[in-house]
Design a protein around this ligand. Structure first.
Ligand SMILES: Cc1cc2nc3c(=O)[nH]c(=O)nc-3n(C[C@H](O)[C@H](O)[C@H](O)COP(=O)(O)OP(=O)(O)OC[C@H]3O[C@@H](n4cnc5c(N)ncnc54)[C@H](O)[C@@H]3O)c2cc1C
Length: 445
C-alpha cells in the first residue's frame, strides 16, 4: 500500500475513533449542560477530559510501539515528536479531569474542594487505585519534559517510562467503573477493543516480532573493529541465517541488544553503515557515552536481538535524478549505506561531509573508493582545521550555495548533530529547496 493511502486510512481511523468517543460521551452527558448550577458542565467537561486522556494514552502506545504500519508512514522521528506533543496534551487533560470533577461534585454535595477530594479517595470504589496510577502518570510526564530529561540518564528516563504500564493498569478499572462504559454495553465492547488493539500492536511489534526474527535469523556478531583515526568509533559486523529474507533498506536503522554481560540490559539504535550484500552487515558507533565507549569489548560470536529495520530515510523518498548528501560527523553512517546503494543506479550524487577535524573523519578510504567506483563528488569540510583541498569553516547557506549551485534541482539527505541540522534546515529553506525534496534523520528518539 502506498504511503499516502496508508496515511489517509490512519487519519480516517483516528477521526472515526474520536467521533465515536464524543458520541458516547455526549449521549451520557448532554443533559448535564441543562443543569442550573455550574456542577453539570463541570462534570461533563471533566469526564470528557478523562475520556480523551485515556484515549490519547492508548495512542501513545501506538506512537512508541514501533508499529510498522504507522512507522513506515510517518517515520520514527516524527512519531517521537508526536509522542512528546501528545504527552503535553495528556498532561493538561489529566490535570483538568480531577479538578473539574472534584469541583463539580463539591457543588452538588455542598462541601469544600478538599472535603470532596478526601471523600473520593476514602469512599469511591476504584478511586484510590486510580489516584496512584494518576500520580505515576503525572510523575512520568513531568520527568519526561525535555529540560528535566536532559538532566537524567537516558536509561533512567526509559525505566521510569515502564511504570506507565502499571499506571494504565491501575486506572483501567476506574474507567470501566465510572466512564461511559459503566452504563453502556456497546461502549464497553468498544473500549475493550481499543485496549486490545493498542496493546496488541505494541506487544506484536515491539516484543514478539524482534523475538521471531531472532529465532529465524540467529543474529550474531562476526567482527568488531576500530573505525576512524584513533578508533574514535567502533564498527560491529553482524551476520545471521537466511539473511536474504531480512530486508534492510539503505538509510535505515535498528535497535540492538547484545547478549553479553554488561550489555544485554540496554538496547541502542544504530544505522546500518554497510548493507548485507556480502553476507554480513555493519553498524558503526561513535564513542560518545558510557555504552558506545564499551562497544569495542563486544566479543565476536555473541548473539544480538535486533528490533527493526526502521526508518524512512531511504531511497523511496527520492523525487529527483540529482541528490545531495550532507553528513555531519557520525551522521555519515546511513549516508554511507545510501551511497553504496545508489552509486550503481546512475544518479548524480554529491556528498558534503563535515567534521571538526581529520581526527573525527570516519570512512575516509571507503568513501574515496566508492566515489572512484561510482564517479560521485565528495567535498570535505573541517570547522577546526585547515586541510588542502577541503573547505574550512561551518557549512552554512553561503557555502552551500557556492558548492552546490543546482541545489534546488536535487533531493537533499541530511544527517548530523542537532545544531547543524537546525541551521541547515533553515539555510536550505532560504535557498528555495522544496519541502518534498528534503529528507533528514535525527539520531535521537
Ligand atoms: C535513529 C538513530 C540512529 C542512530 N544511528 C547511529 C549511528 O549509526 N552511529 C552512532 O554512533 N550513533 C547513532 N545513533 C545515536 C546512538 O544511538 C547514541 O549515540 C547512543 O545510543 C549513545 O549511547 P551512550 O550510552 O554511549 O551515550 P550517552 O551519553 O548515554 O547518550 C547520549 C545520547 O544518546 C541517546 N541515547 C542514549 N541511550 C539511548 C538508547 N538506549 N536509545 C536511544 N537513544 C539513546 C540520548 O539522546 C542521549 O542523550 C543513532 C540514534 C538514533 C535515534
Amino acid at each position: 500500500m502506498n504511503h499516502r493511502l496508508q496515511r489517509t486510512l490512519i487519519y480516517i481511523l483516528l477521526v472515526t475513533n474520536f467521533i465515536v468517543l464524543i458520541y458516547f460521551w455526549w449521549s451520557g452527558n448532554a443533559d448535564l449542560f441543562a443543569s442550573e448550577s455550574l456542577s453539570g458542565p463541570l462534570l461533563a467537561i471533566g469526564r470528557l477530559a478523562g475520556l480523551l486522556a485515556a484515549t490519547l494514552i492508548l495512542i501513545q502506545l501506538i506512537l512508541i510501539g514501533r508499529v510498522k504500519w504507522v512507522e513506515s508512514t510517518f517515520g520514527l522521528d516524527k512519531l517521537s515528536r508526536l509522542h512528546r506533543l501528545n504527552g503535553y496534551v495528556i498532561l493538561g487533560l489529566i490535570v483538568a479531569h480531577p479538578i473539574l470533577l472534584t469541583q463539580g461534585y463539591a457543588i452538588i454535595n455542598d462541601t469544600t474542594y478538599q472535603g470532596q477530594y478526601i471523600d473520593f479517595l476514602k469512599n469511591w470504589d476504584t478511586l484510590l487505585r486510580a489516584f496512584v496510577g494518576y500520580l505515576i502518570l503525572l510523575a512520568t510526564i513531568v520527568l519526561s519534559i525535555t529540560i528535566v530529561r536532559k538532566r537524567l540518564k537516558y536509561e533512567t528516563w526509559y525505566y521510569v517510562h515502564i511504570f506507565n504500564y502499571l499506571a494504565i493498569a491501575l486506572v483501567f478499572g476506574h474507567q470501566l467503573r465510572f466512564g461511559p462504559a459503566a452504563e453502556d454495553q456497546v461502549f464497553m465492547m468498544y473500549w475493550y477493543t481499543a485496549y486490545a488493539f493498542a496493546f496488541g500492536n505494541l506487544i506484536w511489534y515491539r516484543f514478539l516480532k524482534p523475538l521471531i526474527k531472532f529465532s529465524k535469523h540467529d543474529f550474531h556478531v562476526t567482527r568488531v573493529e576500530p573505525e576512524g583515526p584513533n578508533g574514535i568509533a567502533t564498527s560491529i559486523y553482524i551476520t545471521g541465517d537466511k539473511l536474504r529474507d531480512y530486508k534492510i533498506k539503505a538509510g535505515q536503522f535498528m535497535i540492538f541488544r547484545f547478549f553479553q554481560k554488561g550489555f544485554w540490559t540496554q538496547a541502542h539504535p544504530f544505522s546500518v553503515s554497510m548493507l548485507p550484500e556480502s553476507g554480513e552487515f555493519r553498524i558503526t558507533a561513535k564513542k560518545l557515552g558510557d555504552y558506545t565507549n564499551q562497544l569495542e569489548h563486544i566479543t565476536p560470536g555473541i548473539e544480538v536481538l535486533i528490533d527493526g529495520p526502521h526508518g524512512v530515510f531511504t531511497e523511496e523518498k527520492i523525487t529527483q535524478d540529482k541528490i545531495l548528501f550532507i553528513a555531519g560527523g557520525v551522521g555519515i553512517t546511513p549516508i554511507r549505506a545510501l551511497l553504496e546503494s545508489l552509486g550503481p543506479k546512475g544518479k548524480d550524487l554529491i556528498l558534503l561531509y563535515s567534521n571538526k577535524s581529520r581526527a573525527e573523519h570516519i570512512f575516509a578510504e571507503e568513501l574515496e573508493a566508492l566515489s572512484k567506483e561510482f564517479g560521485f563528488k565528495i567535498k570535505n569540510i573541517y570547522s577546526d582545521e585547515k586541510v588542502d583541498g577541503a573547505e574550512q569553516g561551518y557549512l552554512d547557506q553561503a557555502m552551500l550555495k557556492r558548492l552546490v549551485p543546482d541545489l534546488v534541482e536535487r533531493d537533499v539527505f541530511l544527517c548530523g548533530p542537532p545544531p547543524m541540522m537546525d541551521a541547515l534546515k533553515k539555510a536550505l529553506t532560504n535557498l528555495g529547496l522544496p519541502k518534498k525534496q528534503f529528507h533528514w534523520e535525527r539520531f535521537a528518539l
